[in-house]
Design a protein around this ligand. Structure first.
Ligand code: 3HC
Length: 680
């Protein structure tokens, strides 16, 4: 099949590009598009051109795998120049997602028509990049400088109806009728003799922002928190400022310079790596496409607490009915009320209708009788973390659910194989480890027990996508992947504050590295009584709990809090830390530089990641990165712990660990010695 086809329908040249899966603008697509446009321009029987794509989407952007490689011609700018300068009107007909270079192709056309379900946007920032085919120069001319900054630095796609309001598209087609409606639209343009609109020539919106540097300063100040530690958003703002300040062609040159800067950055290399890493998690070497997932049309959730309720919401959101079981009516009603409250709060923010809230609530079958789950396809247990209680529940479930129903545990730390062996069907037992809040966090660790059969694993992996999660496969091991490797950070943080650096200094270093908050702020938020409650060992958090300090929720923890929950250093915590250090005989060696704190806390995470790989708990290093980015907010611009470890250099990490008396994992030593890496 050729990539590009041209049909002439009564004076309209219909170009269809078809390059599965997403019509990325790689060299073959650029060549095909260029040739089809030139052919249409040369054809006497073509008066207007409609550009559309086959398959599931309009162009999803540049081909990300081409970045960092020598570019083959024609480049996208050359193809777009031919479209823009065409003497015949070119109309983009959009379905699916017009993203990045795809959106830039659409906005270089003279007109745009989209089906209502289409989305358009410039997500380059998610790859640590900025648009480089004129997006930063043309979008402000369509929607204004401020709106353009929001769209390009945020990277989120915009639904077609909103894009119409903003001026990014000119008309909506009927769903499923794009081709006909686009051709009719093209005819109307010809009949009405409408002018060829070149977005580059539009001046009003950019002229309105000219000579107003305060616009950009204000925008950067407003987003200081989320832009921290990144380069792409700053270059995006500079490029958009250039759109307002410079003539179009000079603005394009500025965009190219700013793009080159970010293209060569470690941040973009990390984010491009991460893009593919998130998609690789679904590949399981011994489970091919011939293993078909089982249908999951109904789900039972046991436990309506915070986790159970959040888990249930994922399925309700995906249109899958949920039977929700609790031990008594009061707990059940509390759980239902929380789910309702969460939905209503989303509705109040305008993100769903009250009708949709009722529809989702109606899809719940509440019950205090375990027998209510007898006929569901999948049961997920989200009850108290205690092995005896879980074994008992699984044995009871085993006795009542139908043959081949899947039994899943949401355990975070317990041994799934022991739970599975409490049933007569361990091959149908799997771990589905959600992260809290379960309706929000995108990570789902799928835990493959020693006996879990392939079809059950395949079902869990595919189900994750249905509920819009990213699945990461883990074997059974204490803490699975994300909790286990990130626990190494907490352990180091605890021992570091005994030596002099304060919780504030430690948290600041980790925040500046790019995490949303440092480990002490996090533990205060989660609750000091929650973390480590299953251990008898004396800990700093345990000592604080003994003083009645449970964290933000009660009397403060490592910090004191005012009524607005602003933290300040705590004298009591300092005293507890000093006493603890004295009891362990740890000497105060004074403060450390931020980079030393980062190394001290995060080298052990890389080390633990190496062990997780060595033990075969994770399939690949990039899976560990995805788990930490999605489960713990590890800053994606560093790629995740394993990619970051490679960036730092594995020999340096080995030396750093040894200097602290920590034994590096064998795999880490081996890779460091042969100049190997985890992710490159
Ligand atoms: N380049 C190369 N491969 C791409 C790609 C791209 N732009 N977009 C998607 N793919 C690949 C994926 O890797 C995946 O491959 P696999 O099946 O081998 O794993 C396959 O296409 C399908 O992708 P998804 O699994 O992500 O499919 P979804 O249907 O879930 O999502 C999508 C489709 C919304 C288009 C999503 O793939 C996406 O967001 N793609 C990236 C879009 C993007 O970032 N575009 C900007 C690129 S940079 C750019 O354009 C620069 C410009 O300024 C010149």
């Amino acid at each position: 099949m050729p990539v590009a086809t041209l049909e002439v329908i009564d004076g309209i040249g219909l170009i269809t590009i078809d390059s599965p899966p997403v019509n990325a603008l790689g060299v073959d697509v650029r060549r095909g598009l260029d040739a089809a446009i030139r052919e249409s321009l040369a054809a006497d029987d073509v008066n207007a051109i409609v550009l559309t794509c086959g398959g599931r989407t309009f162009f999803a952007g540049a081909d990300i795998s081409e970045f960092g490689k020598p570019l083959e011609r024609p480049d996208l700018l050359e193809v777009l120049a031919t479209i823009e300068n065409s003497a015949k009107p070119v109309i983009a007909a959009i379905h699916g997602t017009a993203l990045g270079g795809g959106c830039e192709t659409a906005i270089v056309c003279h007109y745009r028509i989209a089906v209502p379900s289409a989305r358009v946007g410039l997500p380059e920032v998610n790859l640590g990049l900025l648009p480089s085919a004129g997006g930063t120069q043309r979008l402000p001319r369509l929607v204004g400088v401020e709106q353009a900054m929001e769209i390009v630095s945020g990277g989120a796609p915009i639904a077609a109806p909103q894009a119409l309001e903003l001026g990014m598209v000119d008309a909506l087609a009927r769903e499923g009728q794009l081709r006909q409606d686009a051709i009719a639209f093209a005819r109307r343009i010809l009949q009405e003799g409408r002018p060829l609109v070149r977005v580059r020539d539009r001046q009003e919106l950019v002229a309105a922002a000219r000579g107003k540097p305060e616009i950009y300063a204000k925008f950067l100040a407003k987003n200081a928190n989320s832009f921290r530690g990144r380069r792409a958003p700053f270059n995006i703002v500079k490029a958009i400022e250039a759109a307002a300040e410079l003539p179009f062609d000079e603005g394009m040159k500025r965009e190219a310079e700013l793009f080159r800067e970010v293209h060569d950055s470690a941040e973009s290399a990390a984010q491009r790596y991460y893009f593919f890493a998130e998609r690789d998690t679904a590949r399981i070497p011994d489970i091919g496409n011939d293993v078909r997932p089982l249908p999951v049309k109904s789900v039972g959730v046991i436990g309506a607490g915070t986790m159970g309720g959040g888990i249930a919401m994922n399925f309700l959101n995906a249109g899958i009915p949920v039977t929700l079981v609790e031990m008594n009516q009061a707990a059940l009603e509390r759980g239902l009320a929380t789910i309702r409250r969460n939905y209503e709060s989303t509705a109040h923010k305008g993100r769903m209708t009250l009708e949709a809230v009722e529809k989702r609530m109606a899809a719940i079958t509440p019950s205090v009788d375990l027998a209510a789950v007898t006929n569901v396809d999948l049961v997920i247990e989200a009850i108290y973390e205690e092995i005896g209680i879980k074994k008992d529940l699984f044995a009871r479930l085993d006795a009542i659910v139908r043959a081949r129903a899947i039994l899943a545990s949401n355990t975070s730390f317990l041994n799934l194989d022991v739970i599975a062996d409490a049933t007569r069907r361990p091959e149908d037992v799997v771990g589905l480890h959600f992260f809290s809040p379960a309706n929000v966090m995108r990570l789902l660790e799928v835990v493959r027990g020693a006996k879990t059969r392939k079809q059950v694993v395949a079902t869990a992996m595919s189900l994750a996508r249905t509920i819009r999660k990213v699945p990461v496969l883990s074997r059974v091991g204490y803490g699975f992947i994300a909790n286990r490797v990130m626990a190494a950070r907490m352990a180091e943080a605890d021992s570091l504050v005994l030596e002099g650096p304060t919780p504030t200094e430690v948290d600041r270093a980790i925040y500046e590295f790019g995490f949303a908050m440092g480990p002490f702020r996090m533990i205060d938020l989660v609750g000091l009584d929650v973390i480590g409650r299953d251990s008898d060992e004396r800990t700093l958090a345990g000592d604080l709990v003994k003083r009645g300090r449970l964290g933000q929720k009660m009397n403060g923890g490592f910090y004191d809090y005012d009524e607005k929950r602003n933290p300040t250093p705590s004298a009591v915590a300092a005293e507890v830390i000093a006493e603890f250090a004295a009891s362990k005989g740890v000497r105060n060696t004074g403060p450390l530089q931020a980079d030393e704190i980062v190394a001290r806390l995060l080298y052990p995470v890389v080390n633990e990641g190496a062990r997780v790989l060595e033990e075969g708990i994770a399939l690949r290093a990039s899976d560990i990165d995805v788990a930490c980015v999605l489960g713990y907010g590890w800053p994606v611009q560093t790629g995740g712990p394993m990619f970051w470890g490679d960036t730092v250099g594995l020999s340096r990490i080995v030396e750093g660990l040894r200097a602290r008396g920590v034994r590096p994992a064998n795999l880490l030593i081996e890779k460091a010695a042969n100049g190997g890496s985890f992710t490159r």
